[in-house]
Structures are given as structure tokens and as C-alpha cells.
Write a protein that binds this ligand. Structure first.
Ligand SMILES: C[S@@+](CC[C@H](N)C(=O)[O-])C[C@H]1O[C@@H](n2cnc3c(N)ncnc32)[C@H](O)[C@@H]1O
Length: 286
């Protein structure tokens, strides 16, 4: 199933589901203290802990940050409040609107560029490039070449994300950890830290799975209700949708019923995926 056309603006159905549907205030998984019982109300707190931990991996005295795939700006706000100057980039029109309406008026030291990282072409270098759950959205090599280009000498790339543990192709949209580190080194980025936090993010996957698994049966019940209530109208509408939007219909079904649920399956996650906080240093000027 090809989602690229539907993800290329960075506004995926899944992201909207979590923010608008579930009410999350951040787009990353969060970091749970070991042994903490799971509760939806604690997700925001876990997400805050994630931000604090990731940003604690920055070197000292950071002034400028390129926040790649800035989402809805919770990391940017945290860094801005620490006095850093943040350039946020994302191709998403709805995220741009959110920044323009809610964040830029309040934080002079934040700006927003709507673009894909792989296409970014500006004349500036940064102390840190931050990729908080965004590095899977663009090709690994191009993303790391861009990072080498935009980092000052001595600057850091800090990444928090899911990686494939090995060569198996399940979850092939994710970068393989070993290849990522190798490709970073080829692009002048030397690994400084590599922390496995899989057992502190899996809790959010479990919560998401527990929500998503109810979508198919609930949808069936609602559709069945409409079918019976509005037999004729329902038939016409469903015929129109499947005739004029067959691909869109299949993609929505796949995200909500199949692939989305598979991606959030905690057992599959633990089998194939490792969640890492990584820091790389650019040693040589280029
Ligand atoms: C899972 S969200 C993470 C958001 C945020 N960094 C956070 O930690 O909450 C992924 C982000 O990457 C952005 N994105 C998608 N494609 C991108 C691309 N080609 N270049 C840069 N950002 C991209 C999405 O719009 C979104 O902002």
C-alpha cells in the first residue's frame, strides 16, 4: 500500500488521529519511568520527560537549533524557553498554521519553514540538528548529508526514533540502526551516545494499540446502524465513495484496520524495533 502521496505533506491520517482524535499534545511517544502503571492521563507527562531527556543530550551552550520535523512544536517551545533560537521545519500545512497562529506570536526566538528537509536550501549553520521522531520521513543518506551541511564544526545531531534491529524487512519504512550509524559516520558525524529506551516507550505503543484495536469493531457497528437506518441513501453514498475514491478508501481502511494496527502491535514492535536516543558530533568543518 502506497501512503507516500498521502504523507508527502507530513500530514498523515495517523498523526491527525493521535492529535485531533486522541488529544495528544505532542507527536512523539514519550518516555515512561520503569514500572509506572499505564494511564492515558499520564501520556502528556511521559512526552514531557521524553523532551527533557532528548534535549539533555545537547552539548553545553547551544544557541541555535534546527528542529527537523517539528510537529506541533512542544520540543521547540521547551528549547525556546531555555533561550535557544529554534528554526523549525516541516512540510505540513496544518503544522505551519499551528505555528503561525499559536507559537510564533509568543516566541520571538522560534521561526518556521514549510519544506521537506531533503529540499531545504538555506544559508545558515546550527549548533544542533534535532530529529525527534522525524528521521524515518526522509531518505537516510539525504537526511544525513543535509545534517552535515547544516551543522557547525563541533555541532551535534540528536535523534530520538525507532530503528529496525536487523535486515528483516518487516517495518521496512524504518532505517536499520547499524546502517544509520555507518551512514552518519560517512557523513562526518561521529557517534557520541547511543541509548536504548525501547522499554520506556513501549507503554505508549500499548496504549495506542488498546485504542486502535477497538476502531474496527466500533466502525462495523456504526456502519451497520447506518446501513439499516438509511438503506437506500447509504447504498448510494458508499457506491459514490468506492467509485470515485477507491484508493483513498483503501488507504484509510489499511491505516485504521490493518497496517496501523500492525504497526502499533507491541509484540511486533519488540520483535523488530529498537528505540534509540542517539547523539553524533560533527568533528570536521566542511
Ligand atoms: C512523528 S512527527 C514528530 C514531531 C515532533 N518532532 C515530535 O517529536 O513530536 C514527524 C514530523 O516529521 C515531519 N515530516 C514529515 N516528512 C518530513 C520531511 N520530508 N522533512 C521534514 N519533516 C518531515 C512531520 O510533518 C512531523 O512534523
Amino acid at each position: 500500500m502506497k501512503y507516500s502521496k498521502y504523507r508527502h505533506e507530513g500530514d498523515s491520517l495517523e498523526l491527525n488521529l493521535f492529535v485531533k482524535g486522541i488529544g495528544l499534545k505532542s507527536l512523539h511517544l514519550g518516555l515512561w519511568p520503569k514500572g509506572q502503571p499505564l494511564a492515558f492521563d499520564d501520556v502528556s507527562e511521559a512526552q514531557k520527560k521524553f523532551t527533557i531527556k532528548l534535549i539533555s543530550m545537547f552539548p553545553k551552550d547551544v544557541e541555535t537549533v534546527l528542529d527537523v520535523g517539528a510537529g506541533i512544536g512542544d520540543n521547540a517551545i521547551y528549547m525556546a524557553e531555555k533561550g535557544m533560537k529554534i528554526t523549525c521545519i516541516s512540510p505540513s500545512p496544518s503544522q505551519e498554521k499551528h505555528f503561525v497562529e499559536n507559537i510564533l506570536p509568543e516566541y520571538e526566538n522560534v521561526n518556521f519553514i514549510r519544506n521537506k528537509y531533503e529540499n531545504l536550501d538555506i544559508n545558515e549553520k546550527f549548533d544542533v540538528v534535532l530529529m525527534s521522531e522525524s528521521c524515518t520521513y526522509f531518505p537516510m543518506k539525504k537526511g544525513l548529508e543535509q545534517t552535515n551541511r547544516y551543522l557547525k564544526k563541533g555541532g551535534y545531531l540528536v535523534v530520538g526514533d525507532t530503528f529496525r534491529k536487523d535486515n528483516r524487512t518487516t517495518f521496512k519504512n524504518l532505517h536499520r540502526l547499524e546502517s544509520y550509524i555507518e551512514t552518519a559516520e560517512k557523513n562526518g558525524l561521529i557517534q557520541m551516545e547511543n541509548i536504548d529506551v525501547t522499554d520506556q516507550v513501549i507503554q505508549t505503543i500499548e496504549l495506542i494499540y488498546n485504542v486502535l484495536k477497538y476502531i474496527p469493531p466500533i466502525t462495523e457497528v456504526i456502519l451497520d446502524f447506518y446501513k439499516r437506518m438509511f438503506r437506500r441513501k447509504y447504498w448510494i453514498i458508499s457506491k459514490l465513495v468506492s467509485t470515485f475514491f477507491p484508493q483513498e478508501l483503501n488507504i484509510a481502511k489499511d491505516i485504521l484496520f490493518d497496517a496501523g494496527l500492525r504497526r502499533a502491535d507491541p509484540e511486533l514492535f519488540l520483535e523488530y524495533i529498537t528505540y534509540r536516543f542517539l547523539a553524533f558530533k560533527k568533528e570536521i568543518d566542511s
